[in-house]
Each structure stands twice: as C-alpha cells, then as structure tokens.
Design a protein around this ligand. Structure first.
Ligand SMILES: Nc1nc2c(ncn2[C@@H]2O[C@H](COP(=O)(O)OP(=O)(O)OP(=O)(O)O)[C@@H](O)[C@H]2O)c(=O)[nH]1
Ligand SMILES: [Mg+2]
Length: 393
C-alpha cells in the first residue's frame, strides 16, 4: 500500500527528532548544562546549596560591621589584589560585584598592591566603590626583582621552548615574577603584617550570589586554613620539574607530610598523560585567582622551607610554575585535609571557569555550569578527583 508523501515526510521528521533527542540526552547528562566529566555522576552544585550548615555564622544584621567602628565585629582580614593601573576598569567591575554580594555588608578593607605606583585616578575610582578603607601599596623591589641566581640567557631559551609547547605568557618575565610573588611574597608585605586572613581578588572576576555571613569569621571559627571555589588541571608542560623538586624536598623533610594529607588527589591518575608529563603530579590545583586563606600557614616554617627550596630550583623562571599548583601542593602535603574548605556557596567566575551553585541567592549564572566556552574546557575540571579523594566539604 502506498503511503501519501506528506505522511512519509512526517515520519521522517519524527525519526530525525527522536535521533536528535537521544543524541542530545547522551551529550548533556546534566540537567542545567555543563558536561559531567572525569567520572562525576552528578554535579553537587545541582543540589540546593545554602550556607554552611551546623555552625554559628556572624551576620551584619546582628553585629557591628560599620566601616569605621572602634568595636567592629570584623576579624583581622583584608581583601587583597595585585593589580596594574591599566586594569582599573576591570578592578572596578570586580569591586562592584563583591560589594553588591558581600562587602557592602561587612566592610573589610581593600589592600591594592602593585610593582609600580598607583595613579591618583586608580585610587580615586576604587575608593569610590566602597565605604571600606582602601590602601594602596607598592611591592618592595626585593620581593619582585628576579633573583640573582636566575640566568637571563637560560630564561630566554626556556621561554622559547615553553612557547613552542603553547604555554601562554612564558616569555613575559613579569608573569613569572607575579607567580613567584604570589607563591612566596604576598604575605610578607609590610602592609599585611598585622593581618591574618586574606581574600585574594583579581580584576574582571564575577560574584553571583548574596553571601550573608562573615566568611573570614567562618574560617576562623571552624579552624579552616584555605578556601577555594574552582579546582582545575594545569598545563603539565608549564611544571615538568615541580613534582620532582617537591619529592626532593619531602625526602629531606619526611616529617613535614601530615597524616590526613591530600596525596591521592595530588597523584590521581584520571589523566595519565598529565601525570606522565608532570612526572607524577596530577596537576590538579585550587584556582588561586580566588583564595580565602590564613597567612599563618604561608608564614610557617614548613611552607617557607618549601617555597625557598622551589625558588632556589629556578622553576619560577626556567619553567612557568604558577602560584596555584605551588599553594595547592603545599596544602596537600602540609595541611590537614579537613582544614580546606570548598566555598560552594560563593558564585564565582574568572574567565572561562565558574562555580555556580543552585540557590535562590544567586543570579547571573547557570547552576552546575562549570565553564563558559568551547566544550574542550570541560575536561579541565578536576573537582571529580577532589570530591573522590578529599570530599565535598
Ligand atoms: N601590578 C602588577 N600586577 C600584575 C602583573 N602581572 C599580573 N598582575 C596581576 O596578577 C593577577 C594575575 O595576573 P593575570 O594576568 O590575570 O594572570 P592569569 O589569571 O593567569 O591570566 P588571565 O587568564 O589572562 O587572567 C591579576 O590580578 C593581575 O592584575 C604585573 O606585572 N604587575
Ligand atoms: Mg587573571
């Protein structure tokens, strides 16, 4: 029996629609977008996310957080940004987000750092964004300059090799200086001497969620050392000798490794190619453009010894060691895993990755969407390994 042409067409369209739906469902197992990768069954950010449970939280509605109070409830903490004058617009954009979602309630001071003097315009426009005090500080030359044991010729040759391997900013000496400063010097700045806690911010980052408690007090009251939002794989080509140097350091100080460490996360083999190129390190790290931390950790004997060892090895210049893997490896070896906190409730974006929780307090991002851009970015998410080996706390 012949089937009428319009019916045949309808059938064909129906089959195509079914195929499309099956393909699409297989491609995006997460209900909100953002592919599930590296063995993660369900992104915990899709679960309703509230404030940290079971703990006393300090609120601006119940305590004195006014900017100039002599009896302030603020603890000794500051918002810290290393930033260039040229990044003023982007810095203001970050401040607008952070003030809107959090700091207009708590009024923690900002400390801006720069290797060059800040312009009057920079000072005026940043101060105009907040009731809190802004301080503008020059990085001491001895904290910024390239150390005398670094050979310029070797630096140039190595930078060329790194560039051939696609490592961004490898030829930019200031980028290497910045990574070294963030690894071993920010907490030594005289303007931070009196402070224990810092929240690192960068120009052009976004904050999506209202946070209604004092995050520094949360850290202090709950015995936390370090808070992060995003966990990523690094480019192994930028750190081929970081792990071998780390192992050399540990061999000299075996007692430094804490019992409840994060070794399995540091050495996880979900991406064997990364472990191979990084000589045993998974390359997983806390993305350090966001950090809320206790500088007591970095000022301690163990971290100082680790940083000095790495600094002498030269990898901040001859390779492109970032402060993110350096901080992360140090925390993973030297700090109890229970003292690291995932701030899942702080919606955050530094291009191109996000932390976006499922909460009515958030707007402007899609819950569970961890990257913004091409799909190849999805595989850089290292949270599945972190959740597996360390947890979701
Ligand atoms: N004062 C100063 N700040 C710098 C310098 N290099 C980097 N920074 C700051 O250090 C932080 C990190 O630098 P970025 O260039 O953002 O590095 P990144 O985040 O790895 O790179 P992007 O993905 O391009 O953002 C930012 O807050 C910059 O403003 C520098 O030479 N001088
Ligand atoms: Mg940046």
């Amino acid at each position: 029996m012949a089937v009428a042409r319009p019916i045949r067409m309808l059938g064909a369209v129906g089959i195509l629609l079914c195929l499309f739906l099956v393909f699409h469902l297989n491609q995006t197992p997460s209900a909100f977008g953002g592919k599930l990768i590296n063995g993660m069954k369900k992104d915990p950010l899709l679960d309703p996310t509230g404030e940290p449970a079971g703990t006393f939280l300090w609120r601006a509605t119940e305590n004195d957080y006014s900017p100039d109070s002599a009896n302030t409830a603020r603890t000794n903490a500051a918002l810290v940004a290393l930033v260039r004058n040229e990044e003023l617009d982007d810095m203001v954009s970050t401040m607008k987000d952070l003030e809107r979602t959090w700091n207009s309630k708590f009024n923690y001071p900002y400390i801006f750092m720069n290797d060059k003097p800040f312009t009057e315009e920079f000072k005026r426009r940043t101060q105009a964004e907040t009731k809190a005090k802004c301080q503008f500080e020059l990085v001491p030359d001895e904290h910024w300059k390239v150390p005398e044991w670094i050979n310029e010729e070797i630096f140039k040759e190595s930078a060329e090799l790194l560039k051939e391997q696609g490592i961004q900013y490898s030829e930019m000496i200031s980028y290497h200086q910045m990574c070294r400063w963030n690894s071993g010097f920010f907490y030594k700045h005289p303007a931070l001497k009196e402070y224990r806690w810092y929240w690192r911010i960068e120009p052009n980052v976004k904050f999506f969620c209202d946070v209604d408690y004092d995050v520094f007090r949360y850290m202090e009251d709950n015995n936390k050392t370090y808070g992060f939002t995003i966990n990523l794989y690094d480019a192994p080509e930028s750190i081929p000798n970081l792990w071998p140097e780390t192992k050399r350091f540990l061999a000299a100080h075996p007692d430094y490794l804490v019992e409840n460490n994060m070794w399995e996360w540091l050495t996880d083999e979900t991406r064997p190619d990364h472990n191979m190129k990084a000589q045993g390190y998974s390359t997983c790290h806390f993305w350090s453009n966001f950090e809320i931390g206790d500088m007591t950790f970095f000022r301690g004997e163990k971290y100082e010894a680790y940083f000095d060892h790495l600094d002498r090895a030269g990898g901040f210049f001859y390779e492109r060691w970032g402060d993110a893997p350096v901080h992360s490896i140090a925390l993973g070896m030297l700090e109890d895993a229970s003292k690291v906190h995932w701030f899942r409730d702080i919606g955050y974006n530094h291009i191109p990755y996000l932390n976006c929780p499922n909460s009515p307090k958030c707007s402007g991002c899609t819950p569970g969407k961890s990257y913004d851009g091409a799909d190849f970015l999805a595989k850089e998410d290292c949270r599945p390994s972190y959740f597996k080996h360390v947890g979701t706390h």
